[in-house]
Ligand binder design. Structure first.
Ligand code: NI
Length: 137
């Protein structure tokens, strides 16, 4: 798609700080950094609008905790309509990492995430809000 040029005016100190962040993050030009900011904003909008979204939930837990592994599997079966796949990694003797790829309604994914996060014994649980790519065409 052809690119359109537009002009932005902002305070000098804001631009100086922005340029420092770009340097720190290895951007070679402002345009790419601004494109990334806009894309990130559109993705956030996608999640707020409640359209069909895609993302993943990553969690770490100790499978020796009484009933925990069973409980987490039970929750995932309850939300099977939004779960595309689950990858399980045995980190060491005690700890497991699971990456659950989700797709569907924001409300249902959020409910799954909150349920997993609130399950006693789960050491870490993060939701990555990704994009179906539709808004970024
Ligand atoms: Ni394991």
């Amino acid at each position: 798609m052809p690119k359109i040029r537009f002009t932005v005016s902002l305070e000098e100190n804001l631009l100086t700080e922005f340029d420092q962040v770009l340097k720190h993050r290895n951007y070679t030009n402002r345009s790419e950094a601004i494109r990334d900011l806009i894309r990130q904003n559109l993705i956030e909008e996608e999640w707020e609008e409640g359209a069909e979204v895609i993302g993943n939930i990553t969690m770490v837990y100790n499978h020796h905790e009484r009933e925990l592994a069973h409980e987490l599997t039970h929750t995932q079966h309850d939300f099977n309509d939004v779960i595309i796949s689950t990858q399980h990694v045995h980190i060491d003797h005690d700890n497991c990492l699971e990456v659950i790829v989700v797709r569907g309604k924001v409300s249902e994914i959020t409910q799954l995430y909150n349920t997993l996060k609130a399950t006693g014994g789960v050491k870490q649980c993060e939701l990555i809000r990704s994009t179906t790519g539709q808004l970024l065409n």
